[in-house]
Design a protein around this ligand. Structure first.
Ligand SMILES: C[S@@+](CC[C@H](N)C(=O)[O-])C[C@H]1O[C@@H](n2cnc3c(N)ncnc32)[C@H](O)[C@@H]1O
Length: 254
């Protein structure tokens, strides 16, 4: 049985991530959706298939054959354009039902995109999906978002679909991973415990530790710059302790 969802060669997501996004879109059936990071429009096509109207942002105008009629492309920096477009939706009393953040992959850039969404009154009943949450740079930005400052944020799981450690492709690098932020203004998180999931290990950090330990045994997938096996292991143990401490403090994303 062929599943066209898995056949697309230009969709820059793992098959598990595609299935998760497809499942969310089928459940949400967005009237209004946003994508930050259009690229070649692969994920955009799936979002458009399930949505009434999609607004997709990229620095460059993509060339997308047979662009679905319900798509509106915005060319430019999302940090300037996204707040403007969201302000327009808010002024019209519209709600964004689904958003994918997959544009600027710098720590500061991804943080700003997520904060622009969370700050908008148009994001009140919204499923937000974040890509590359397994990457250390992206994750640094996402961990810096003050989710707790937005009472409408009901649930945050940055390892909704865990990322992976590259081996043949991007050896030693951490990529992929989907995060999920559920915004539900009618179900504020106040009084119902922390919205950010701290009941499990941070997938990306565990993979980074595994990479550094593995690097002692398998040339080519370890980090550069370490000069001895013992030092690598000592550093891995130090980082495990640090991760435990942060989880214990509830400090992640607080
Ligand atoms: C990983 S690709 C997106 C992949 C796409 N969502 C998919 O699933 O096929 C990231 C895209 O974000 C765009 N981008 C990077 N920084 C941006 C910014 N500040 N504003 C808008 N787009 C940006 C890049 O040009 C690139 O096309």
């Amino acid at each position: 049985m062929a599943i066209d969802l898995f056949d697309d060669p230009i969709w820059q997501m793992s098959l598990g991530e595609r299935a998760a996004i497809e499942g969310l879109l089928s459940a949400v059936r967005p009237a209004l959706a946003i994508e930050v990071g259009t690229a070649e429009g692969a994920c955009l096509r799936r979002i458009a298939m399930h949505s009434g109207e999609v607004h997709s942002f990229d620095l460059i105008t993509p060339s997308i054959p047979d662009l679905p009629a319900n798509v509106r492309l915005h060319t430019g920096d999302s940090h300037a354009l996204l707040p403007e477009v969201l302000a327009g939706f808010a002024a019209e009393g519209r709600n964004v039902d689904f958003a994918l953040v997959d544009g600027d992959h710098s720590a500061d850039g991804v943080r700003r995109d997520v904060e622009a969404l969370l700050a908008s009154p148009a994001v009140g009943d919204t499923v937000i999906v974040l890509h590359d949450t397994g990457n250390e740079v992206v994750r640094t930005g996402l961990d810096a978002v003050p989710y707790g400052a937005y009472p409408k944020v009901a649930h945050v799981d940055l390892d909704f679909v865990p990322g992976h450690l590259g081996r043949d492709r991007f050896p030693g690098e951490l990529w992929y991973g989907l995060g999920l932020v559920v915004v539900a203004a009618d179900r504020p998180a106040y009084g119902s415990g922390p919205a950010v999931q701290t009941d499990r290990h941070h997938g990306g950090e565990l993979l980074a530790i595994a990479r550094d330990v593995l690097g002692g045994r398998e040339p080519g997938i370890g980090p550069r710059g370490y000069d001895g096996r013992d030092r690598r292991l000592a550093d891995a143990y130090r980082r495990i302790d640090e991760l435990e401490r942060r989880l214990g403090d509830g400090a992640l994303g607080a």
